[in-house]
Write a protein that binds this ligand. Sequence first.
Ligand SMILES: Nc1ncnc2c1ncn2[C@@H]1O[C@H](COP(=O)(O)OP(=O)(O)OP(=O)(O)O)[C@@H](O)[C@H]1O
Length: 323
Amino acid sequence: MTAVLDLTAVSIRYSRDPKVAPAVRNVTLTVEEGETLGLVGESGSGKSSLAAAMTGLLPKSARVDGAIRFEGTDIAAMAPDARRRLLGASIATIAQDPFTSLNPVVRIGRQLVEFQHWRSDLDRKARWARATEMLKQVGLSDPEMRMKQFPHQLSGGIRQRVAIAAALLVAPRLLIADEPTTALDATTEDQIIELIREAREAIEGAVVFITHDMGVVRRLCDKVAVLYAGEVVEAGPVAEIFTAPKHPYTKALLACDPAEIEVATRNLPTIPGTVPPPDDRPDGCVFAPRCPEAMAACRTKDPALRNAGPGRTAACLLVEEPA
Ligand SMILES: Nc1ncnc2c1ncn2[C@@H]1O[C@H](COP(=O)(O)OP(=O)(O)OP(=O)(O)O)[C@@H](O)[C@H]1O
């Protein structure tokens, strides 16, 4: 079966100059139909750069090496116009702030009708009816009233539901959700996560969920790729990585997940130090300066991503490859 999305050795530079240090390095990952992949990492780990590359939204000055295949077609190699046509009809994005996808000065109804411009088989009335029905499906109780409102008249949670409805109107094969619950309270976050789960079933496609929060990955995703300083440091099935993480960075992220902390505490642990910028990487393992398990060899030897069990990879000298 052809994967919905398949990245092979993808590097991203914010410059055409191949000598400029890449912000994303050599990332390989696959998302199959019916799967939700979590991309997780701290600020600066390259999540948004990867999302922009997947949606063809990197700045013109950026350079992508490697292949990004959407249902078998390499979108990194496509002309921008052809890429926009393909992606506009097949990939939808839900952003952290729905104001980035909703126009603040246009009523919801008009926007949702315009989102369906590619449906030449439907007239305006049919598009309006389809949009109203979609608002109902995402749990809004008075969709006709919502259609007449402006985005600023809605709460954050309702705005995010409208953004999900807008994404579903595209009937995408791939839904990319970029920190869609970060600005929401815990109850609303639960509802939006449930909605994204239902959305994946409705589109019969795949979801890429970008977050810094391991708790959300645990609740929603089938697979996870942990990013650090632009590299995948560990990847594999969520069920296994959460029970037996192998990379010290994954272990540290899990230690920051409130659900993993037995005694309720106001002060969640954080990982000391910061992600190094692309042009100031340490020698050896990029995580070594912050790693509680680092050995002398970690300061000199770059750990290549290695086999860490069925469907799993990890980039750490401490991980022994299965025989
Ligand atoms: N437009 C840009 N021009 C130059 N460098 C950029 C640009 N966008 C991102 N970067 C750099 O790329 C690296 C990865 O950033 P990116 O925003 O992709 O990470 P992130 O994990 O999404 O973080 P955040 O959650 O803060 O958005 C960082 O070092 C960042 O400074």
